[in-house]
Structure formats: C-alpha cells, structure tokens
Design a protein around this ligand. Structure first.
Ligand code: FES
Length: 210
C-alpha cells in the first residue's frame, strides 16, 4: 500500500485543501474525484507525480487513481493545452456539417484530434454528443459550450482566446470547479466545516427517521 504521506509535487495549498476535502467524507477514497479536479487545477492535467501523491493522501494505489481518472473525460492523464477544444461529431452535429467544421478546425489549428498546438495553447478533441444538439454543430472549450459554430465563428473564437478577450468566461484548463461554484474547491475552511455539519445533521435525521 502506498505511503500516506504526500510527496512534494502538489503545492502545500492543494494538499491542505485535499485533506480538508477528505474530512468531508466517511471514507477517504470518496474524495478521489474532487481531489483529482483540485490537482488538475494546479497543472491543467494529472501528471504521474500528482497521481502518486493523491494515492498517498487517500491510502490507494496509484493504479486505482489512474483507473478512475482515465475513465472520466473531464480529467486528463496526458498534458493538454491551455484550452481543450472538444468538437462534437455525433449525429446531430454531423448532419449540420461537423465534419466540414472539423476539417476547417484541423487546418486552422494545424493539429489533428488528440494533438496540441506547438505553442501549447490548444488541444483538439473529436467528441461524442456533448448534449447541446439544438445548437449543432457545437463544441466545448474547457467544458464551456459554444453552439452554432461556423468556420468563421471558430476562427473568431480562437483569435479571442489567443488575445485573452475571453479570459473571464473561459479560464485555463483545469479551473472548472472553481468557476462553476464560486470558490469551488478552494472554499474556505468555515464553509467546509458548515458543509460537514450539515451533512452530519442530514445523516442524523435520516437515521432517526428510519
Ligand atoms: S450530436 Fe452534437 S451535441 Fe449532440
């Protein structure tokens, strides 16, 4: 079994926050996915060193962490660019020109799906249905939806991202949770304690009612 000590790649802040997250759950391994998001927020992806340390924090084997992380598309176990562009080519998008759009995107960025541009700015993914079929063809940039995409609007999007004009809307890859939930995984200790107390109270009420 992996040593429970963290090993130095993850920042002290991330480790402290991870330990606080572990305290929210009855079993440490339940904090695995939020901690993966937390580590991904540091590096933009989950490197082997981070996986090793997460395993140490949770008392798991690195292979268990990797097995979970590699299952979820929102977690990356390979380096990615600042912006991950996931272009849907599933049925609704395909019928609305997704493959022509993909061809344009490949030419425009100079990469094929699965690759990252030489400047490290963009990783291109060929995605399955991203559940925004009504606005086909569509894509996600760092999991933010962009619908009714045309070649011209795609190029404008890339220009805006390169120029930092969308910095407030689309932060670098890995900051999903922080943006989606103000404070995200970096919530303060008082909030964590309040959440823990509320969860305990709910559990107590459930036990009394059963
Ligand atoms: S088919 Fe593209 S979002 Fe559903």
């Amino acid at each position: 079994m992996t040593s429970p000590a963290a090993g130095g790649h993850l920042s002290a802040e991330v480790v402290a926050r991870a330990r606080a997250l572990i305290g929210l759950y009855p079993h440490p391994r339940s904090a695995l996915i939020p901690i993966c998001h937390l580590a991904q927020e540091q590096d933009g992806w989950l490197c082997p060193e981070a996986i090793e340390e997460i395993a140490g924090l949770l008392g798991l084997e690195p292979a268990e962490v990797l097995g979970t992380a590699s299952f979820y598309e929102m977690l990356h176990t390979e380096p990615v660019g600042t912006y991950v562009i996931s272009l849907c080519t599933n049925i609704a998008c395909m019928l609305r020109g997704a493959y022509d759009l993909l061809e344009h995107v490949e030419t425009s960025l100079g990469v094929r799906p699965g690759a990252t541009t030489a400047d490290g700015m963009f990783t291109l993914e060929d995605a399955e249905c991203i559940a925004d079929c009504g606005r086909a063809p569509c894509l996600q940039v760092n999991h933010r939806f962009v619908g009714d995409v045309t070649p011209a609007s795609f190029d404008r999007l890339v220009d805006d991202l390169r120029a930092g004009r969308l910095a407030d809307e689309i932060p670098p890859h890995g900051t999903l949770v922080r943006v989606r939930r103000a404070g995200g995984l970096r919530v303060d200790d008082a909030t964590i304690r309040a959440e823990r107390a509320a969860a305990a109270a709910r559990a107590g009420a459930g036990a009394e009612g059963s």
